[in-house]
Design a protein around this ligand. Sequence first.
Ligand code: URA
Length: 441
Amino acid sequence: MNMVEIITHKKLGQALTQEEIDFFVKGAAEQTVPDYQLAALLMAIRLNGMTPEETTHLTLAMRDSGDVADLSAIPGVKVDKHSTGGVGDTTTLVLAPLVAACGVPVAKMSGRGLGHTGGTLDKLESIPGFNISLSEEAFVDQVRRIGVAVIGQTGSLAPADKTLYALRDVTATVDSLPLIASSIMSKKLASGADAIVLDVKTGSGAIMHTLEGSIELAKAMVDIGTLANKPVAAIVTGMAQPLGTHVGNALEVKDAIDVLSGRTKGDLLDVSLLLGSHMLVLAGAAASAEEGEQKLREALESGAGLRKLKEMIEAQGGDAQVCDDLSLLPQAAVVREVACGQTGWVAAMDTTALGLAAQAMGAGRIRKTDPLDYSVGFVLPVRIGDHVWPHTPFCTLYARSEAEADAAEQAIRAAVRISSDPVERPPLWYAIVTKDGAKMA
Ligand code: URA
């Protein structure tokens, strides 16, 4: 067997055998197959697709290409949550403490920002002192003690995905359903959770822009989990606009603290409750999503969720006082209030462009090695469907300089369309996919 044969089979639209998949995944993990052959194969997969069997083989081969975390020392059902990526999408910081406050252990390995989307690790590192690099032992110990920990990947998790993902990023092969499904699920299966809740985004800021494509991705990932004997629920949620009103690392931490303090309601809270309620169901801590939501609301209202976030920050070396004094978070040099300047209804947003605007301000990386400015980003209080007047607050910019604030203002204005006709609010979620099928909203 050699790579040219494998590439040829996929070029001709044939299904790859398990042996062929194992061969190139091993080559990707050990970096013994040259990038140009892997890139050619990735493009052939992007163009000709994979059968469900091939996608499952690919996922399991990538899972087994490195370490598989052992969380068995943590009592209870460990449920993980993963988002396919969004803008202002801070659900982990809201739901991890709430779910833990309901007695369900949350042992979460998160990622960094990718392209226009934000990453939980970058947000957590905006909290002074917060350490995302715990050993597997310290990670397990913290979850046993306080019920929650959020860290970066330990050891060598799915190294084949690391190689393939880096190539996909620069060969226009990210948007391939079997490649996305196997990339996400290999890491989730390797991170050791007993059950998984997936937040599959759809809309202008999502990796899959169409609802059809998002549901198909959700189904593919649920099928893989089912075949691997892990219960998975995938919820297709809206990304037609940023989920929370805050975009940027420290700003999103502030948004999460505001939600857990009861000061902020809205879509970020509602989607966090929806995902969290399914985590409680999969963990056996609630008989239904409704009961799960009720428990989470009690943890929110009693302040138990916010207390759990403080405990987690403290346990991971961070300054938990940020929860009571938001001025301890990094502060931007330039703060600018911008008014709408138009009358009408907020009709649509190019959410990818909004994510890129935050990235250009310094909230995300353009090159892998770029340092972040945790303080920058923007608050966008307007939502699709809102009626606005010229004086209505449109956004607040948090920038490094007046020039960067000017560029961001221009980009954000261009990304938000205001129409003279009323527009309906987009739904919060569209479908819940489990092994029993898809339930539409
Ligand atoms: N997130 C991942 O981890 N992999 C993908 O392919 C897409 C999003």
